[in-house]
Design a protein around this ligand. Sequence first.
Ligand SMILES: *Cc1c(COP(=O)(O)O)cnc(C)c1O
Ligand code: SF4
Length: 314
Amino acid sequence: MLGLEALAGRLSRSAAEQFPLRVPRGFVGRMRHGDASDPLLRQVLPLDDEERLLPGFVLDAVGDTAAGIATGVLRKYQGRALLITTGACAVHCRYCFRRHFPYAGQAASRDGWAGALDAIAQDPTIDEVILSGGDPLSLDTPKLAQLTAALARVPHLKRLRIHTRLPIVLPERVDDALLDWIDGMPWPVAVVVHANHANEFDADVDAAMGRLRGTGATLLNQAVLLRHVNDSVDALAALSERAHAAGVLPYYLHQLDRVQGAVHFEVDDSTALALHDGLSSRLSGYLVPRLVREVPGDTGKRPLTPLRQDPADG
Ligand SMILES: *Cc1c(COP(=O)(O)O)cnc(C)c1O
Ligand code: SF4
């Protein structure tokens, strides 16, 4: 096991200036101390690997700047409007596709939600609103309640979804006020959390998930496939099983968005497919996440499919 001193010379000032180190104390507490290869540490530490530039690793990897219909509202897929509620997160994940997103003045909360509400109200094809960010739960609950109270007056909405990593990295955010807010919503609610490794769960996270389930919300997990974090069948199987034990079903396993600074996290497609096959042959069907990639201009997340084998190559 490498000690942490092995990493000291590899910390990057420019990476930390571009996207500062940020991680809640409780999450640090779930790391294996003194282990430079800890999978939780790897997700948050600004290393000199981030200075590696490769063609194809760009600033706007998922076409976010092209999909806006109002300030902080993205409509890429049929029926769904995704709200950039805020740019703030409780943790800064080094591989995040939004690390370069131009957030200043771009959040839907900027004008008291007016522009976002207007755009959603005017498009009757939107039946689901996704609160995303940044992390929507980094806004205070009254601010979120103000938004959903206004959305409740939009007749064509049928579902509400919350994309948040906060119940994982800061489970104490799941307090009574938050639960009352979710409980009081007029639509079925799905909470999609984001954990990449089984070690991200502990008793506090279990308790937070239990409280969220108590509202009747559907709990799902999306993970990102990350080199040296969860790129083994064992790690992915443990993640699915651990999440399920906490009451959360796996939803997506994302191929990394090719964002500048994240080169060292990439797992190539053939390895990704082999890992996914390994998972499928080991786990119950409902514990196998869908392996997908986001392709700008697509009508939805694109499932990874095997490259066609030319029989002559065998
Ligand atoms: C990922 C995403 C969604 C949600 O897609 P699902 O496949 O329904 O989870 C919606 N809007 C945008 C802009 C997205 O990036
Ligand atoms: S919590 Fe989500 S949005 Fe925030 S830095 Fe991590 S991956 Fe990005």
